[in-house]
Design a protein around this ligand. Structure first.
Ligand SMILES: [Zn+2]
Length: 213
């Protein structure tokens, strides 16, 4: 009886609902490196790579190292009229707080540092047990929180905002980019790769397979 229920659940896990038009699509046999789009509206559904979890873990560790470096050095130095100011990445949020914008400081600190760091921790909490084939009790909750958080991750938006601000600032003051800026660029790239490599549909399938084994 138990075996029968497991088979039914596994069969259900091959179906994915399109977020564009709600069509249910069966992704039972996806080839290596394959990408699935909705046959009705063309919305992206999933991509499959057998080594996706190991790749996501490698990108995640690289992103974590880059994020630590980004917090240790100067982010940028501005000079105008003989005055020079050097700012680290956490100071961007602290300065907003000091200038009387605590709500904006919390949002900036949350979106550029806290949420990405939490997302990296969750990716590691998912990828390490999946790589070892161990059904960790936190897998389902971690995946649920991770895929909710991803919709609020604004790493790329922050970076584009910084670049636009730098172009504007360079017309008024002398701006020098620090090691931290380039480390944050590297972090953004690795973070985006980690998140996009850990395909939502196949991540849930791997979690289910580990729990059923
Ligand atoms: Zn669709």
């Amino acid at each position: 009886m138990r075996r029968c229920v497991s088979k039914v659940n596994f069969r259900m896990a091959t179906l994915i609902g399109c977020q564009g038009c709600d069509m249910l699509v069966d992704l039972t046999a996806m080839p290596e490196g394959g990408r699935a789009n909705c046959p009705r509206c063309g919305h992206f559904l999933a991509r499959y790579r057998s080594d996706a979890v190991a790749r996501a873990l490698a990108y995640c560790i690289s992103a974590a190292i880059a994020l630590v470096i980004a917090n240790c050095f100067a982010f940028l130095t501005m000079g105008a009229a003989g005055l020079q100011t050097t700012m680290t990445l956490p100071e961007t949020a602290i300065m907003l707080y000091r200038y009387g914008m605590p709500d904006l400081a919390i949002l900036v600190g949350g979106f550029i540092l806290v949420l990405p760091a939490l997302a990296l921790t969750l990716i590691m909490a998912i990828c390490v047990p999946l790589t070892l084939g161990y059904a960790a009790p936190w897998l389902v909750d971690s995946a649920r929180v991770l895929y909710t958080l991803n919709e609020w991750s604004m790493v790329e938006v922050f970076l584009i905002g910084v670049i636009v601000s730098l172009v504007k600032l360079s017309q008024m003051a002398e701006v020098q980019l620090g090691y931290s800026f380039w480390a944050y660029v590297a972090f953004s790239v690795f973070f985006t790769l980690a998140v996009s490599t850990l395909d939502r549909f196949h991540c849930w399938q791997r979690i289910e397979a580990v729990q059923l084994s």
